[in-house]
Ligand binder design. Structure first.
Ligand SMILES: Nc1nc2c(ncn2[C@@H]2O[C@H](COP(=O)(O)OP(=O)(O)OP(=O)(O)O)[C@@H](O)[C@H]2O)c(=O)[nH]1
Length: 398
């Protein structure tokens, strides 16, 4: 299953621009099999250093040693206050969110849009307000689900031979990716158990929903429109990091302009680069040059536009994925036809060679014997945890 990331935020925060930028690919990439075709679902990429350079071989799957691995990006409808009660596109927004493993919360850091997305003078709205607002909408939506099914849940857990509370809660939220382990952890932290179910207050249920939101939908804050944001707003948003948030100043607008310029061969730029090269300066007019200079200032100062960083932060930091490269010929790091490092897979940290085998194909997983680390030629059993950038030959009976 592909990783799906939701882009969420209030109207006019810049989600569509972010989405357009992040899904406009101009890199060497493998065909991506779409499972669902929806206008607001696109393919984006995380960027990682391809091992081919270190191995001094040539692969056909990276650009200048930078490998782009597909993830799905979902542009969800703009969120307005009380969406959980059905306001605006309310439930459409929240239903979209179900399938996502994590959220990029696009915040208008410039403070030029109010809570409903209406334009206001730059700096006049405090973007900190948006953080709790989005979290509250998701929490209250989950609380709504819990509350609606409350009678059923309490009956299931209190009747003779009834289920464990964590299983019942997990079952209720299965569509949201909540496991019994997550539910147990949340219940434990709140000091709630099956025995007390009948005495749970509304606040207990809201707290549980909030905790489950936190574990099942981790989020990164994209402090967007950083190109026009007052520095104190960026500072304020960055201050959230001390509360455990991940915050990335970014500009979807600049990323989109740079990707378009690269696509049209005006510049040499890869998503995530911290600078770019103008290819044919003589073809640019003064206004275009000035615009590119301004964008260069921004990315040099900020270490990129921040868009790639948002995606990488979600996948590698929040969701704890690593990259592994399955190969068939461990001496050439290639498949049978000699294609070097033909595939890159995102797997959860803690995975072993057998888990990787299942990612490649269910049959290969089922008939897994052992893995071979292509660099060291060491045999890897099922207990051996893979490391980031491992290149693995899978030996199976098939
Ligand atoms: N300066 C600046 N403006 C931006 C940036 N990203 C988006 N904008 C502008 O902000 C406005 C809203 O952007 P959209 O991408 O349409 O916002 P949205 O969140 O998708 O809005 P809805 O579709 O209404 O939910 C547009 O005028 C964009 O040009 C940015 O990084 N910098």
């Amino acid at each position: 299953m592909a990783i799906m990331i939701a882009l969420a935020g209030k109207p006019n925060a810049g989600k569509s621009t972010f989405f357009k930028a992040a899904t406009l690919a101009d890199v060497e990439i493998a065909n991506y099999p779409f499972t669902t075709i929806k206008p607001n679902l696109g393919v984006s990429y995380v960027r990682t250093r391809c091992p081919c350079k270190e191995l001094k071989t040539d692969c056909q799957k990276c650009t200048d040693g930078e490998r782009f691995i597909a993830v799905e990006l979902l542009d969800v409808a703009g969120l307005v206050p009380e969406a959980h009660k059905g306001k605006g596109l309310g439930n459409a927004f929240l239903d979209d969110m179900r399938q996502a493993q994590a959220i990029i919360h696009v915040v208008d850091a410039s403070g030029s849009t109010d809570i409903e997305g209406n334009p206001v003078p730059v700096g006049s709205y405090d973007p900190l307000n948006d953080i709790k607002f989005l979290e509250n909408e998701i929490t209250m939506w989950m609380y709504g689900i819990l509350n609606k099914n409350w009678v059923k849940i309490s009956r299931k857990t209190t009747s003779a031979g009834g289920g464990r509370i964590e299983d019942v809660v997990a079952e209720q939220f299965a569509g949201l990716g909540i496991t019994d382990i997550m539910a147990r952890q949340a219940l434990h932290e709140l000091g709630l158990d099956s025995k007390s179910v009948v005495n749970w207050t509304e606040q207990d249920m809201i707290d549980l929903s909030d905790m489950l939101r936190h574990v099942s939908k981790p989020l990164v804050i994209a402090a967007n429109k950083a190109d026009i944001a007052p520095p104190e707003n960026i500072k304020k948003l960055m201050g959230l990091e001390k509360d455990g948030y991940k915050v990335v100043p970014c500009s979807g607008g600049i990323e989109l302009a740079l990707r378009m310029a690269a696509k049209n061969n005006f510049i040499d730029y890869l998503p995530g680069d911290t600078d770019f090269k103008i290819l044919n300066p003589e073809k640019l007019n003064a206004a275009q040059k000035a615009a590119l200079d301004k964008m260069r200032d921004f990315i040099v100062k900020n270490g990129g536009t921040g868009i790639q960083k948002c995606l990488n932060t979600v996948v590698f930091d929040l969701l704890d994925y690593i990259v592994a490269y399955p190969v068939e010929d461990e001496s050439k790091f290639s498949d049978k036809s000699g294609n070097v490092l033909p595939d890159a897979f995102l797997i959860k940290k803690g995975s072993n060679a057998k888990d990787l085998a299942y990612k490649v194909h269910t049959q290969i997983g089922d008939s897994f014997l052992f893995g071979v680390n292509a660099r060291t030629k060491m045999r890897l059993g099922e207990k051996h945890e893979l490391e980031n950038n491992d290149i693995i030959k899978i030996v199976s009976t098939k």
